[in-house]
Write a protein that binds this ligand. Structure first.
Ligand SMILES: *Cc1c(COP(=O)(O)O)cnc(C)c1O
Length: 336
C-alpha cells in the first residue's frame, strides 16, 4: 500500500486519543467499550472531515485553486470543517446547503454549524430538499471558472478516493495504538453516511492485512445501497493506494436499522444514546450521526450481538456543534 506518496496538509491533532469507556461498559454489561476520539481532530471543533480535508486540500493547493466549494445538508459538519480549513489556508469558500430535513426551526437554520459557517467567512447558497446537489456543485464550479476563478469542488462529505485516504491514515493510527496498548480489537463501530469514513477504514485495514471488522451504522440510505456505496468507494480507494482488489466484499457491513424517519430527523434511540453517553462518560455525541451510531451500538449490545470480554471501539466522528441546531428538540425532550 502506498499512502505516503499522496500530498497531505497536516492539520489533524493526531493521534486522536483511544480511550476506554468504563462506565458505559458497566451500564450495558456487554463488551469492553472504547472510543476513538475523532471528534477531537482540532479543526474548528473537530470531526471526521478534517482527516479527509488533509488530502483534499493538498490536492486543491497543488491545482492552485483560489476558491473551494462543497455541499451538504443545512447542519453539515463537513461544510463547517471545509470553511475552517479554507480560512486557515486563505482561500475563499462557498458552501451549497440542501434543506434535506425541511426542519423549519430557527435554531436549525441559524445556529450550530450554520453559525460557525458564517463566523468562518464561508459564502452559503441554499437549495430545496431533493436537489441534485452534486450537479449543483458542478454547475457552480463551472460558473466560477467562467468568471476566471480556479475552483476546487469537494463532493459531499469529502467522500471520494482522495478524501477516503484520511481514514486509511486513521486505520493505520488505530492499529498502531491498539498494538501499543496490547488491545485486541474485535470490532470498530461508527456512523456511516457519504461512505468515505468506512471506505477508508476498510481499505486501510485491508491494505495492512488487519482482520479487524468494521460495522457502519447508517444514517440515511437502506442497507443494500449503503453497502454498495461503501464497497465501490473502498475499491476505488484501494486502487488509488496501489492495492487493487484488496477489499473483499464481505468486509463491508452496514446496519441501517437506526435511521428512523430520515436523515437528520431525531429518533428516541438517538436521544437515549446522547443522554447515556453524556451521563456515563461526559461524552458529547451529535443528533445526526454519532447519536444514531451509538443508538445502534447500544441496541446491538442489548440484543447480544457482542460478547462480554470482546473489545469494541466506537469511532466518534464528531458533530456535537450540531446539538445547538436541535435545541428546539432537546429542550422539551430533556425536561423532567
Ligand atoms: C459526515 C459525518 C459522518 C459520516 O461520515 P461519512 O464519511 O460521510 O460516511 C459521521 N459523523 C459525523 C459527525 C459526520 O459529520
Amino acid at each position: 500500500m502506498k499512502l505516503s506518496r499522496f500530498p497531505r496538509i497536516r492539520i489533524t491533532h493526531a493521534p486522536t486519543p483511544l480511550e476506554p469507556m468504563p462506565r458505559l461498559t458497566e451500564l450495558l454489561s456487554g463488551p469492553n467499550l472504547w472510543v476513538k476520539r475523532d471528534d477531537c481532530t482540532g479543526l474548528a471543533s473537530g470531526g471526521n472531515k478534517t482527516r479527509k480535508l488533509e488530502y483534499l486540500m493538498a490536492e486543491a493547493l497543488a491545482q492552485k485553486a483560489d476558491v473551494v466549494l462543497t455541499q451538504g445538508a443545512t447542519q453539515s459538519n463537513h461544510a463547517r470543517q471545509t470553511a475552517a480549513i479554507a480560512a486557515k489556508l486563505g482561500m475563499d469558500c462557498e458552501i451549497l446547503l440542501e434543506d434535506r430535513t425541511q426542519i423549519s426551526a430557527a435554531d436549525y437554520r441559524e445556529s450550530g454549524n450554520v453559525l460557525l459557517d458564517r463566523l468562518l467567512g464561508a459564502s452559503p447558497h441554499h437549495f430545496p430538499g431533493g436537489t441534485d446537489m452534486e450537479a449543483a456543485l458542478a454547475a457552480r464550479a463551472e460558473e466560477l471558472r467562467a468568471q476566471g476563478r480556479r475552483p476546487y469542488a469537494i463532493p459531499g462529505g469529502g467522500s471520494n478516493p482522495v478524501g477516503a485516504l484520511g481514514y486509511v491514515t486513521c486505520a493505520l493510527e488505530l492499529v498502531e495504538q491498539a498494538n501499543s496498548l496490547g488491545l485486541d480489537i474485535d470490532c470498530l463501530v461508527h456512523a456511516t453516511g457519504s461512505a468515505g469514513t468506512q471506505a477508508g477504514l476498510v481499505a486501510g485495514l485491508a491494505g495492512c492485512r488487519s482482520l479487524i471488522p468494521v460495522l457502519g451504522i447508517g444514517v440515511r440510505a437502506p442497507r443494500a445501497p449503503q453497502e454498495e456505496k461503501v464497497y465501490a468507494l473502498a475499491q476505488r480507494t484501494a486502487e488509488l493506494l496501489g492495492v487493487p482488489g484488496a477489499v473483499a466484499r464481505e468486509r463491508v457491513v452496514a446496519n441501517c436499522d437506526y435511521v428512523g424517519a430520515g436523515y437528520g430527523l431525531p429518533t428516541d434511540g438517538m436521544l437515549e444514546a446522547l443522554k447515556i453517553a453524556a451521563r456515563t462518560e461526559g461524552l458529547l455525541l451529535d443528533p445526526v450521526y454519532s447519536g444514531k451510531g451509538m443508538a445502534g451500538l447500544i441496541d446491538l449490545i442489548r440484543k447480544g450481538h457482542f460478547r462480554k470480554g470482546q473489545n469494541v471501539v466506537f469511532v466518534h466522528t464528531g458533530g456535537a456543534v450540531g446539538l445547538f441546531g436541535y435545541e428546539h428538540y432537546f429542550t422539551p425532550a430533556l425536561a423532567g
